[in-house]
Design a binder for this molecule. Structure first.
Ligand SMILES: Cc1ncc(COP(=O)(O)O)c(C=O)c1O
Length: 420
């Protein structure tokens, strides 16, 4: 970096990493613009051409704009939206924080950032699974101590009570995400219960010493998207005592496939709400009034929402099936995956180092892109540094046909490389 730039910036800004996923996605977009056949399995976004948001929502946004809803919204969110979201959280997850415990922000990111700011002092331990989406950036932003919990294919890349127990004394905030980005795997009841009980036990012990408790940040932005036979579980459903220590994050970005509409929320014990409202206010990270009004209407229509989520599950299922079929056919070349359980991602193992003659994930990524037009993100972008051949495939921007064609190109490229 140019000295005169680093001299002017803060240490925090100097050390800030650019999102690796967005850099890869930008290069893929450039190739597509040049007319190359590339399946963009990279971004965790939804292409509006493939996944449209409910028209009831967009109609209500337009109506609200036409009604002149252009002034500041209240800092915590419109009362009718907080009410509707509170009812939804009870209906769907048995989580009752009341409307006072719901605070909205412009997407999940501001409420995620707020949850870290509320509890972490510089030097506090922030524990998170690896691979996982973006946590390592938040460790840096908060000057926290990084406590990575290494996932393995055997644990479906999820952190376990056992892995957490090794660091329990150093943890101030534990973030869990289920369904998990980047792996598409979900906690079972038993797995989540063991983790929650461990936290409650540790916090009970801390009470008598005055040491601050472990706060569980539970990021469930993909919670409405689960594969057939898989249930999404919320911590209070398996361990009611965790309520006082749990911050739940959710958003319409993924659930309604409306990443650009920018509406997320935090559900937390209402006694903790005041500083969050102040922080969101200082950041000015409120969602616009029209999206709040529209979401309040939609979230009052439970059956309309449930229908949308069922249909979305079906659309995800069709894409995942095409993908799994294609990858199953490549098994003999060393391609495998972890069964997807939720969200829009598939963890894929391209153990093709010998076939294409390389040593790093980056070389595999470039080979897949250039030889097969398959754009994927290596697990290094999610904190797993080893060159182990693991990649994230996202189906948010592709059709079933795009997937079938990409798998055909990949099969051909592997056949050529293998010489058969
Ligand atoms: C697990 C997870 N949490 C939070 C977010 C952020 O969501 P939003 O776009 O609402 O800020 C994402 C986005 O990819 C995500 O994957």
């Amino acid at each position: 970096m140019d000295d005169s730039i680093s001299w002017r910036l803060s240490e925090m800004a100097n050390g800030m990493e650019r999102s690796r996923i967005l850099s890869i996605a930008a290069s893929v977009r450039a190739m597509i613009a040049e007319g190359k056949s590339v399946a963009p399995f990279t971004v965790g976004d939804f292409s509006p051409a493939q996944f449209d948001v409910p028209s009831y929502l967009t109609d209500a946004i337009i109506e609200s704009v036409n009604d002149g809803d252009t002034n500041y919204p209240p800092a915590a969110g419109l009362p009718e939206l907080r009410e509707a979201l509170s009812d939804w959280m009870i209906h769907r997850y048995d989580l009752d924080v009341g409307s006072d415990g719901i605070i909205v922000g412009s997407g999940a990111r501001p409420v995620l950032y707020a949850s870290f700011r509320l509890f972490l002092e510089p030097g506090d331990g922030l524990a998170h699974g690896v691979p996982a989406w973006n946590n390592h950036y938040y460790v840096h932003l908060n000057d926290a101590i990084d406590i990575p919990l290494m996932g393995t294919p055997e644990s479906r890349f999820l952190p376990t009570a056992e892995s957490i127990s090794h660091h329990i004394e150093d943890i101030r905030v534990l973030i869990l995400n289920s369904p998990l980005n980047p792996t598409g795997t979900c906690f079972t009841r038993g797995e989540l219960q063991r983790i929650c009980e461990l936290i409650v036990k540790e916090n009970t012990a801390r009470k008598s010493t005055g040491k601050k408790p472990i706060i569980l940040v539970y990021d469930q932005v993909y919670s409405t998207m689960t594969a057939e036979g898989v249930e999404h579980v919320h911590p209070v459903q398996v361990c009611p005592e965790i309520f006082d220590y749990t911050i739940t994050l959710d958003a319409i970005s993924k659930s309604l496939t409306g990443t650009g509409l920018r509406l997320g929320w935090m559900a937390l014990p209402p006694s903790l709400a005041a500083p969050v409202i102040a922080l969101i206010g200082h950041m000015g990270a409120w969602p616009a009034r029209p999206i709040q009004k529209a979401a309040a209407k939609l979230y009052s229509k439970t059956s309309m929402l449930e229908d949308f989520f069922d249909d979305l599950d079906l659309r995800i299922y069709k894409r995942m099936s095409a993908l799994k079929n294609g990858l199953d056919n490549l098994n003999r070349y060393g391609v495998s995956y972890v069964e997807p359980e939720g969200g829009i991602y598939l963890s894929t193992h391209f153990d093709i180092f010998d076939i294409i003659g390389c040593e790093t994930n980056e070389e595999i990524r470039v080979w897949l892109l250039e030889e097969a037009g398959v754009a994927v993100v290596p697990f290094q972008a999610f904190g797993l540094e080893q060159d182990s051949g693991w990649f994230r495939i996202s189906i948010g921007a592709v059709s079933v046909d795009d997937i079938v064609q990409a798998m055909d190109r990949l099969a051909q490229a592997l056949r050529n490389a293998y010489g058969s």
